[in-house]
Design a protein around this ligand. Structure first.
Ligand code: HEM
Length: 256
């Protein structure tokens, strides 16, 4: 059984991780040696499930324990790629940080993802940064006439104001999970419960009883890791190309 860690180290298309598949961004050459070059393989959807080649389950368990100490998940390989990538399509399909609970839930449902997936996957914000312009309205102009978002922890808001000095700032970035932005842990859910979620879309998870209950459950790291693995599999199944849609690339960085 292949696991994400294996998949990550064998990712034949590293450009996707950062460029979201937009050829206009210009991919670098694959840093991986030939065994990891993208073979022209049939889609897993056509041939049945294919898993990243790796060691046996027992060895993976060892690997998990020693390296990540977290559950990993199976990744299907042999996917078909689209022939065009448009930034406008990406923007039209991803949820906005200004969404409320209803619009967030709907945007996940549109992709076949549940409320549970929404809350669990929002835990991805345990890592990384957000640009000020995606949340500074919560600091300076929440009502449209100035003012702060009352659902934002006031001490945290004061801290964020020291980083994002005005509504015009679209350059500065701030860690989304204050305290442990480089660590994949369940701390996002802890800070969320302290009203320190950075975006309105984070805070929105507390505005519904069902989702708020899920947040409570995910504070427990073991629960979060297990559920995250499952929801990543669910998200990985969104919009998979099958049949004659798209193509299997000869070179992963360019269309055939
Ligand atoms: C629930 C709906 C979501 C919304 C509204 C949302 C919104 C955002 C926004 C606005 C940013 C900051 C981008 C920037 O300032 O450059 C961000 C960053 C990030 N998001 Fe999400 N996101 C969502 C779901 C997810 C999911 C499902 C994952 C992964 C499981 C995820 C993982 C990340 C990561 C890792 C970053 C940091 C990127 C970096 O440091 O450059 N997000 N998200």
């Amino acid at each position: 059984m292949a696991r994400a860690a294996t998949a990550a180290s064998a990712n034949p298309c590293p450009g996707y991780a950062t460029n979201y598949g937009n050829p206009e961004m210009g991919y670098g050459a694959s840093p991986y040696p030939n065994p990891y070059g993208m073979p022209q393989v049939q889609s897993g959807a056509d041939l049945g499930h294919q898993y990243v080649v790796g060691a046996g389950a027992a060895q993976h368990n060892q690997f998990e324990l020693q390296t990540f100490k977290k559950p990993m998940w199976e990744v299907l390989t042999g996917r078909r790629d689209g022939r065009i990538s448009l930034a406008s399509q990406a923007v039209a399909n991803i949820p906005s940080p200004f969404f409320n609970f209803t619009t967030l839930k709907q945007s996940f449902a549109n992709k076949g993802l549940t409320l549970h997936d929404l809350v669990v996957l929002s835990g991805g914000h345990t890592i990384g940064v957000g640009h000020c312009n995606f949340f500074s309205n919560r600091l300076y102009n929440f009502t449209g006439k100035g003012g702060q978002d009352p659902s934002l922890n006031s001490a945290y808001a004061a801290f964020l104001k020291t980083k994002c000095k005005s509504l015009a700032d679209n350059k500065t970035t701030v860690p989304m999970d204050p305290g442990s932005p480089l660590s994949f842990d369940s701390n996002y859910f802890k800070i969320l419960k302290q009203n320190e979620g950075m975006f309105q879309s984070d805070a929105a998870l507390l505005t519904n009883e069902g989702s708020s209950n899920i947040v409570d459950e995910l504070v427990d790291s073991e629960t979060f890791f297990t559920e995250f693995a499952q929801s990543m599999v669910n998200m990985g199944a969104v919009g998979v190309l099958t049949g004659s849609s798209g193509e299997i690339r000869k070179k992963c960085s360019v269309v055939n």
